[in-house]
Design a protein around this ligand. Structure first.
Ligand SMILES: Cc1ncc(COP(=O)(O)O)c(C=O)c1O
Length: 278
């Protein structure tokens, strides 16, 4: 974010921070949401702090706040609880949350610190149980970073595991074996962004827009240009639910035991048979 901020300052740009997964996370003791000119947090069902749906928008810039309010409700300038003039001043959408979900989210906000503490205690347990498993690469929390551990993403080192076929085949078989052991490992993403149809077709709104719009420059979306993302995609698996409150340390401890068992017996996996059965 420091580098992004530098570029933005040099070019007179505003930074919109996508902090959707990062409630309470910090870098150099400064929380996410405070690095850009404004930021958004998601409250969907999958997030560390869940409000059912919707999100939280933060900014300390009055002008940006006013622009956001306009976008939020059909380009109008008054909120529905004020007396509306039903006049559209700018392009806007219907991004309002519903009041019940928002009230629930406000109550959840008072518990966020507690949720993060629970998450971090569970991750400590998971790290302890997953240490030194050959072929398993664990995530890291570098110096100066404070993770909320929204998810815990591991990778498989195919060289260490002696697997020279397509990595995705062993990974998918492993995830199935883990699930069979009751370990809720999951695959997060199956396509890197440039591979997705909308980018390949370069046609989001019809007639090639926005790629065909004036002021845009040609962009190449060749998946082969992104080998690191592709490798990550094919070798990762993640844990979410075992870390979440109200689960205490006994859950990550059991998860780590299941992971160790499957990795210890990786030589016994009949990959073809497991994948055929799916
Ligand atoms: C990084 C990131 N940005 C944006 C979003 C979108 O959030 P929402 O589903 O609340 O619109 C998500 C949620 O999945 C996300 O993880």
């Amino acid at each position: 974010m420091e580098a992004v901020g530098d570029v933005a300052r040099r070019h007179g740009l505003k930074v919109i921070e996508d902090a959707c997964q990062a409630h309470g996370a910090k870098f150099k003791d400064r929380k996410t949401g405070l690095w850009g000119d404004c930021a958004a947090f998601s409250l969907n069902q999958n997030k560390l702090m869940c409000g059912g749906e919707g999100g939280i928008f933060v900014t300390d810039d009055e002008q940006i706040a006013a622009a956001a309010r306009t976008l939020w409700s059909f380009g109008e300038t008054r909120t529905p609880v004020e007396s509306r003039d039903y006049h559209v001043y700018a392009l806007g959408w219907m991004y309002r949350n519903n009041d019940l979900a928002a009230a629930f989210a406000r109550a959840q906000l008072t518990k966020l610190d507690q949720y993060i503490a629970n998450q971090r205690r569970n991750v400590t347990e998971l790290f302890a149980g997953l240490q030194d498993i050959p072929g398993l690469i664990l995530p890291a929390e570098p110096e100066g970073h404070f993770h909320n551990w929204y998810n815990f993403t591991c990778r498989m080192d195919m060289d260490v595991l002696g697997w020279y076929d397509e990595p995705i085949r062993l990974r998918d078989a492993m995830v199935k074996a883990l699930n069979a052991e009751g370990v809720p490992a999951l695959v997060w993403q199956r396509f890197i962004l440039p591979e997705m149809t909308v980018f390949q077709a370069q046609n989001a709104y019809g007639h090639g827009c926005p790629w065909s719009c004036p002021y845009t420059e040609a962009v190449s979306y060749d998946p082969a240009d992104f080998p690191v993302a592709q490798k990550h995609l094919e070798t990762h698996f993640a844990f979410i639910s075992p870390l979440r409150a109200p689960h205490g340390p006994e859950v990550p401890k059991a998860v780590a035991g299941g992971v160790r068992k499957v990795f210890d017996n990786i030589g016994e996996l009949d990959v073809d048979k497991i994948l055929e059965a799916s």
